[in-house]
Design a protein around this ligand. Structure first.
Ligand code: OXD
Ligand code: MN
Length: 597
């Protein structure tokens, strides 16, 4: 078998070594051309990996079902394999690299027998740009190839840009037996290597995304002086045509894609405001020559959660996914060969298969047992092209990226965090990011109101020690002569009956405008122990079903609750361990003192 499929001797040698292990019947280089991609779609339909959907209603769209035991990222089976355990830190799972290679080699052995090895050369960020990093993923799954073609920049130009360099991320994926007990997602940051075995679900197998663009990239960013963050990037265009950029980090399932594609309320549309989406999940950030922070979205598409996406919550995402899209684990409407998911509309199909491919009766839907009774899996997805997004920014493909005015952190807190507050400085903002948290909701299994600390929304994605990661944030701040201002938002405050008070969605624009006004020094604020909160008159509530009193309530800071939270933060810092920077302990102490006054 010819393993010399590229002109790069390092790539070829690695392919040969991996082929020896997994033993494919042939090797195909993925070139990203439409002709090859179309042939692969056909092959995937023939082998049952994909179902072609209604060409008129959903042009070039396909449906895929994963194995029933393989529907989400598996944090407990995700490992950072650094030679020293302490470099992975206390928050990550760690395995010794040698032990991990040996263990996984046994699982990979002959796993491609009778199958094709696809070699996918891909770039995160625009090929040839300063931000760009290259990867090669080897996979036995056409579904993975087709998803990677949407989610990253795949093509022979990647190999040209790589030239004869050995500087690429080596990703090996095998579905193997899709065995849950032997599923491993392992990262070897010291070797630029990712090994993923026994899964076929996106977040575990589209190696450009969480594995490379966050875990490996965060490690590289620390080494090379830049940052890889779990952040959306959006641009707010003001009536005079100027666009200001905001990045925002929220834990998974807190509405990042919705915020990234926000449609301004009518009162703002009439004035000429617009919102442009640069990215919905990942930002790579570098210090520009102007001393500002510059951001790119290294991805090329969206891997969005389908349920809940509809004409009201996120029309832009819905329209993006109406063509050239791969749907995973959604409901299949057999009447017109289209797809459906909970929250799309109020007309569940009556002749349909659920996400498992079984005949589905929508009348048996039970909110308490969504996984078994819903049409679409709660974590079902659309993989759609950024280029098809109606509000995609004209800077999406700009190799320089966009300058960041504000960084926004957020979580899901019923009572503690106000609607919005501004940190006092980069250091204080880093502290605000480090204490980010979300409370479990009634919708999720387990106790309600349990706080999960998710610093910078990166808890599952930092490729090294969390304390070192915070130190890197502080170090980056020192390199910025004109740093973004750092804010925290909470769309999820509830009243005593547990109803959300703030309308959210497009109306979040009202908060973004306060944030930008603060960045430009155009509006005052009230100082509280946690930072600056808006004066009630400075958040526009025109047209909302909200009174000034309610807004005041949304902006209030309950000192007793915050003091309780500080105790939780101390515990979390202790768990992170010895490498928590002293500056963050100083910030915590200062906060406790202010709250106790
Ligand atoms: C995602 C996640 O899929 O954060 O983006 O879980
Ligand atoms: Mn994410």
């Amino acid at each position: 078998m010819n393993t010399n499929v590229t002109k790069n001797s390092y790539v070829n040698a690695w392919i040969a070594e991996m082929a020896e292990l997994v033993n494919p019947s042939d090797i195909v280089l993925v070139d990203g051309t439409e002709a090859q991609t179309e042939a692969l779609r056909k092959a995937a339909c023939e082998c049952g990996d994909l179902i072609k959907l209604n060409e008129e209603k959903l042009p070039n769209c396909y449906l895929h079902r994963t194995a029933i035991n393989d529907v989400a990222r598996v944090e407990d089976r995700t490992f950072i394999c650094t030679s020293k355990k302490e470099d992975a830190g206390n928050i990550n799972n760690w395995m010794d690299p040698k032990e991990c290679y040996e263990k996984l080699s046994k699982l990979y052995k002959n796993s491609y027998k009778g199958k094709t090895m696809y070699v996918i050369p891909y770039s995160m960020s625009v090929v040839g740009s300063d931000f760009a990093k290259y990867g090669i993923e080897l996979t036995d799954s056409i579904y993975v190839v087709l998803n990677m073609i949407i989610m990253t920049r795949v093509g022979l130009n990647v190999l040209e840009a790589l030239g004869d360099s050995a500087d690429f991320i080596k990703g090996l994926h095998a579905r193997a037996e899709l065995s849950q007990e032997n599923r491993y997602i392992c990262h070897f940051p010291e070797d630029n290597t990712i090994w993923s075995v026994n899964s076929g679900y996106g977040g575990n197998v589209l190696l450009g995304k969480k594995c490379f663009a966050l875990r490996i990239a965060s490690y590289l960013g620390r080494k090379e002086g830049w940052m890889a963050e779990h952040m959306l990037i959006l641009g707010v265009q003001t009536p005079d045509g100027e666009v200001k950029y905001i990045t925002a980090a929220f834990p998974s399932a807190c509405g990042k894609t919705n915020l990234a594609m926000l449609i301004p309320p009518e009162i703002y549309q009439k004035q000429g405001y617009k919102v442009w989406c640069v990215g919905d999940d990942i930002a790579w950030l570098r210090v520009g020559k102007d001393g500002r922070l510059w951001a790119v979205n290294p991805e090329n598409g969206f891997f969005g959660v389908a349920p809940g996406t509809n004409e009201k919550s996120n029309p832009n995402a819905l329209h993006t996914a109406m063509r050239d899209t791969i749907f995973t684990n959604v409901c299949h409407n057999l009447d017109d060969n289209t797809v459906w998911w909970e929250g799309l509309d109020n007309n569940p199909p009556t002749n349909a298969l659920n996400w498992k491919g079984e005949v589905w009766d929508y009348r048996k839907y039970d909110k308490a047992d969504k996984v078994n009774t819903s049409g679409a899996h709660p974590n079902s997805r659309f993989t759609a092209m950024a280029a098809n997004c109606p509000c995609i920014s004209d800077k999406f493909n700009d190799p320089a990226g966009v300058p960041v005015s504000a960084i926004v952190f957020g979580g899901r807190r019923a009572k503690t965090a106000p609607l919005v507050y501004q940190s006092r400085s980069w250091q204080n903002g880093t502290f605000v990011g480090s204490i980010m948290a979300s409370e479990t909701t009634a919708a999720a299994a387990g106790a309600v109101g349990v706080v999960r600390r998710d610093p910078m929304a990166m808890r599952p994605f930092v490729g090294y020690d969390m304390g070192d990661y915070w130190a890197h944030w502080l170090a980056m701040g020192k390199k910025l002569s004109n740093p973004p201002k750092i804010f925290h938002v909470n769309w999820f405050r509830t009243d005593d009956e547990g109803h959300f008070i703030w309308p959210g969605f497009g109306d979040n624009m009202r908060v973004l405008l306060w944030i930008l006004a603060r960045c430009e020094g155009k509006v005052d604020a009230t100082e509280t122990p946690i930072g600056y909160v808006p004066n009630v008159d400075d958040i526009n509530i025109e047209g909302l079903d909200i009174t000034k009193e309610t807004l005041a309530d949304l902006l209030s800071v309950d000192k007793a609750l915050w003091l309780e939270d500080c105790a939780g933060i101390r515990q979390f810092y202790a768990q992170v361990g010895d490498r928590v920077p002293a500056e963050l302990y100083d910030e915590l102490k200062a906060l406790e003192e202010k709250l106790s006054k």
